[in-house]
Design a protein around this ligand. Sequence first.
Ligand SMILES: *Cc1c(COP(=O)(O)O)cnc(C)c1O
Length: 225
Amino acid sequence: MSIQDNINNIKKVLKENITLIAVSKTRSLDEMEEAYNSGLRDFGENKVQEFTDKYEPFHKDVRWHIIGHLQTNKVKYIVGKVFLIQSLDSVRLLKEIEKQYAKAGITANTLIEINIGREENKTGLLLENLEELISEVEKCNNVKVSGIMTVIPIGNEDKCREYFKQVKNVFDSLAKRQFNNINMQYLSMGMTGDFKIAADEGSNMVRIGEGIFGKRIYNNQKVNK
Ligand SMILES: *Cc1c(COP(=O)(O)O)cnc(C)c1O
């Protein structure tokens, strides 16, 4: 099936209010162009270098999402270029984003990434550190938090559902409270293998790579410049 067919099939099962992000890591600009021509305007990248390579040559009316772990020394390269930094997961990173965006005189929009499965090989904030991060966000002048992102552990449907429910609960409980700089708008959860379950459980932003572009082949980065 073509990229366009894949996108149309995914859109059929997603409700109107769910944003579909095309996760374009490792994909060529030509493949991304097909997704663009199918109407997608949200693109997600997990590496800053690959993102900056694609940013210049690609369409200017897209919303870029940084979805992978963001090293503090890379923040300066993305300032002013991304719609959402979805991987805010530490006070240290928050402070660097605040510093770099303040320098540019603009505001960063972020999602807090939660490591709900407490997996040691994954990045993302552990729940017990959430309140500390929030209190630091409240002090910022150049960073806003617009919701939560999560990548859940691999597991069967029941397990997935349980993790998504937990994250939705965190999202809802924060949405009920009043914070400076925090507005719970986006709940970014669900990937190729589990986006239907995520959508059932209240996600309003899904990040899909293989389901759109086909299987990823690593070490074969094809950014055509
Ligand atoms: C790669 C990636 C995705 C997309 O994964 P697929 O299984 O290809 O849909 C979504 N979110 C994050 C954070 C990723 O790194």
